[in-house]
Design a binder for this molecule. Structure first.
Ligand code: PLP
Length: 412
């Protein structure tokens, strides 16, 4: 042996903080204890126990995706692997695609469509605005694509495509397959796959679902499945081949060794969503995010995106002039043990409101950490006013049930 074992490797105990940091960024998000416990188990990936678990994952996913589709597939990989599974199976060389591009992740869908040989037209939307059904219609009229890709929530700049249902309606008029990235939004806000006639919905584990990163889900419609089955060109990716994945997810046979622990984790995450029910979960997310937003504004800071286009699952906060973003994040992490995210483009920091992040104790702690860290950097923020605005917003939400129902309905 010529290569020696490395010295000075520290144990995880000495590397990780005693008390875990509160993960309030754009993902991964904190996981419930049951999800963590499930993630520590290894079982036979082809046994009867696994078959039962897979069946349950599929039936719970039907509810969470709001689809009767019999093509819900898991994938060992990040949300991006699920994106690639949807795109690469549906796009064949020469296929025309219109990709609605609001930011970083929607452009990733376009990149993937290009790599699959698609002829891609990108509909670029201003970074602080939602796409409109009208602009999508113009692109579909001009290019007559086989496929439309779009994100429900653009995590990178905290914009929500609020007109998604109408955009899907338009896409169906043009007989177009619709691929929707719901990585940060699934189970945080309404998405009705069947009703909106979406052909592929993508989600990851570590965001809206509050599971671990590394196991993701894709649901295909019957129409999408039909296209996949009659592909003329073979899939380039073996691991992401939906027909091969179907062997494991529907035929109880072997594709690759499933990420069993992660599948158990997502099983528990989905079970918690089903227990909570979608309407209650949407309400919890809305209540928490609106209160956090009120707190941020109450403190004297401004939100990056106007309310009409704003994503509630990830909140973008403008960083005041003279405040060094990296120092702010470091101070929040070191002094208050709260992690939030920076951003790729705009001068914003981002706070997630997905899954377990939407708990009152977490948003109070995060708002305080943000305000106190900014104060220590000489920013003009009024922390008590922010905390008070947060509390008031929670109370208002709880008191005004009519208002609550209305908000949920109107975003559906
Ligand atoms: C996070 C995210 C992704 C990518 O997920 P990974 O797990 O990082 O690959 C894709 N789309 C959206 C909208 C996201 O928020």
């Amino acid at each position: 042996m010529s290569i020696c074992a490395p010295r000075n490797i520290e144990t995880l105990d000495s590397i990780l903080p005693d008390e875990p940091l509160l993960m309030m960024g754009a993902g991964p998000v904190p996981i419930p204890a049951r999800v963590a416990a499930a993630n520590s188990i290894v079982i036979n990936h082809l046994g009867d126990t696994m078959a039962q678990i897979i069946d349950q994952v599929k039936s719970m996913s039907s509810y969470v995706f709001q689809t009767n589709s019999a093509r819900i597939l898991g994938v060992a990989g990040p949300g991006s692997a699920a994106m690639e599974m949807a795109v690469a199976n549906l796009v064949e060389p020469g296929d025309r695609c219109v990709c609605v591009c609001n930011g970083f992740f929607s452009n990733r869908l376009a990149d993937m469509a290009e790599r699959s040989g698609g002829v891609v037209n990108r509909l670029h939307v201003k970074p602080d605005a939602s796409a409109t059904a009208l602009s999508v219609r113009q692109y579909l009229e001009e290019y007559n694509p086989k496929i439309l890709t779009i994100v429900q929530g653009e995590t990178s700049n905290t914009v929500c495509n609020t007109d998604l249902a109408d955009i899907c309606k338009v896409a169906k008029e043009y007989n177009c397959l619709i691929v929707v990235d719901a990585v940060c939004t699934l189970s945080t806000m309404p998405l009705n796959m069947d009703e909106w006639q979406i052909d592929a919905v993508i989600t990851g584990g570590q965001k809206g679902l509050s599971s671990i990163p590394g196991v993701s889900l894709v649901a295909f419609s019957e129409t999408a499945w039909h296209h996949i089955q009659k592909r003329k060109t073979p899939m380039q990716h073996w691991c992401l081949d939906a027909k091969l994945a179907d062997q494991f997810w529907y035929q109880k046979s072997y594709h690759y060794t499933a990420p069993v622990s992660g599948v158990l984790a997502i099983h528990e995450a989905l079970r918690l969503v089903c227990d909570e029910t979608l309407p209650a979960r949407f309400k919890r997310h809305l209540r928490s995010s609106l209160a956090f937003q009120a707190g941020v504004e109450g403190m004297g800071l401004s939100l990056y995106v106007q309310q009409a286009h704003r994503l509630n699952s990830v909140v973008g906060i403008c960083v005041p002039n003279g405040i060094e973003k990296a120092t702010l994040l470091q101070t929040m992490s070191n002094r208050y043990r709260v992690e939030i995210s920076g951003s790729f483009g705009a001068n914003i920091v981002r706070v997630g409101q997905m899954g377990e992040q939407c708990r009152a104790h977490n948003i109070f702690r995060t708002l305080h950490a943000l305000g106190a860290a900014m104060s220590s950097m000489s920013a003009k923020v009024d922390v008590p006013a922010g905390v008070s605005a947060l509390e008031k917003s929670l109370q208002l939400f709880d008191a005004d049930v009519g208002y609550t129902e209305l908000k949920i309905e109107s975003s559906a």
